[in-house]
Design a protein around this ligand. Structure first.
Ligand code: TYM
Length: 347
């Protein structure tokens, strides 16, 4: 099928939306690829809306108690990392029904062929019985498009792995606009920036660091204490060579490149600068420096998360207030969508 073509757009107000699944504890990958950048965007003064996407999490089985805990813990991580609920809207997806309503509409806009080309769908069903996957898992990217477009968000900070889903979001917006001859949904811009857009596993530099990896040694969790962080970095897979004297020297060394990228992102330095500081160093020197830096940056977040988790009722209040604010933006956008499509709205 030919790619949809968008006609010139009316200008949309700059607005950021992004989300994280509460399908496990958050990792260093989520922190560097997403959370840390969410805070930077908030502090740049752009309108920011952030969501724990619990409806996405249930596309695979979730234990109810764990889901509840992980949703609150994820919200605590946002706040501990620097999201201020007075400046950003912070809520969980299932409390704002506009997401699933718009997702149904987008299920009718998106094509089966688009969905079956999603590499994340292919990866998650590879070698398994795709017939046994939930329908929700297949339709997942349409719900993601709904999350974003329910707010007419224009920019979406994410890690590299979400790029294809954002391209699909653009295609859905363009097809809706063309089908109904309107200029209603913005064509969003993915913000994939910085040294850590794809943090890799500590056990295998060719695999993404993931909350769902069977090996806990493969990732740093935001709940890990200082000793666990240091031990995981000490045991991280590397090669026997010292660090090179230029970034090009990391080209065929995925594990070394990963650790340098993590260092750069945590320190807020460029990869070039890290290479300049550690050229010729052995991992025996570099790993303890990285462990110290990771502990210095992550421990205060972990401590604050633990403190916030002492009062889950307060987290629920914050999510509830955020959901009200989110609903106030999304509901009129959804109502107008129904009107464009010819739904009778008479209550
Ligand atoms: P999720 O929950 O898998 O990850 C949340 C965010 O963290 C980023 N990320 C990483 N970045 C760098 N290195 C890694 N190893 C790493 N692992 C995860 C992800 O790219 C993401 O930005 N479908 C989304 C959630 C979602 C969403 C949305 C995002 C639902 N609706 C609307 C943006 C806008 C997901 O599963 O992310």
């Amino acid at each position: 099928m030919a790619e949809p073509v968008q006609t010139p757009q009316a200008s949309f107000k700059p607005r950021i939306f992004s989300g994280i699944q509460p399908s496990g504890g958050l990792t260093l990958g989520n922190y560097l690829g997403a959370l840390k950048r969410f805070v930077e965007k908030q502090n740049e003064g752009i309108e920011t809306i952030y969501c724990m996407v619990d409806m996405h999490a249930i596309t695979v089985w979730q234990d109810p108690e764990r889901l509840r805990h992980q949703t609150r813990e994820g919200a605590a991580a946002f706040i501990a990392a620097g999201i201020d609920p007075a400046r950003s809207i912070l809520f969980n997806q299932s409390q704002v029904t506009a997401h699933v309503e718009l997702a149904w509409i987008f299920n009718c806009v998106a094509r089966m062929g688009w969905m079956s080309r999603m590499t994340q769908w292919k990866d998650k069903t590879a070698g398994k019985n795709a017939e046994a996957a939930s329908l929700g898992l297949f339709a997942y990217p349409a719900l993601m498009a709904a999350d974003i477009l329910a707010y007419h968000a224009t920019m979406v900070p994410v890690g590299e792995d979400q790029k294809q889903h954002l391209e699909l979001t653009r295609d859905i917006a363009i097809k809706f606009n063309n089908d109904y001859k309107v200029d209603y949904f913005p064509v969003v811009e993915p913000l994939i920036e910085g040294a850590a857009t794809r943090v890799m596993s500590l056990r295998d530099g060719t695999k993404k660091m993931s909350k769902s990896d069977a090996s806990d040694q493969s990732r740093i969790n935001l709940t890990d204490d200082a000793d666990m962080i240091a031990a995981k970095i000490r045991k991280a897979k590397t090669d026997p060579e010292p660090l090179p004297d230029s970034p090009e020297g990391l080209k065929d060394r995925p594990e070394a490149r990963n650790l340098v990228n993590i260092y750069a992102a945590l320190a807020g330095h460029s990869v070039e600068q890290v290479i300049r500081d550690f050229a010729g160093a052995q991992f025996g020197t570099f790993k303890p420096a990285l462990a110290d830096l990771a502990v210095a940056k992550l421990s205060p977040i972990t401590t604050e998360m633990n403190r916030l988790m002492q009062d889950p009722a307060e987290i629920d209040r914050i999510l509830g207030r955020g959901a009200e604010q989110a609903d106030a933006i999304a509901r009129p956008i959804l109502e107008k969508t129904y009107e464009i499509m010819g739904m009778v709205r008479s209550r």
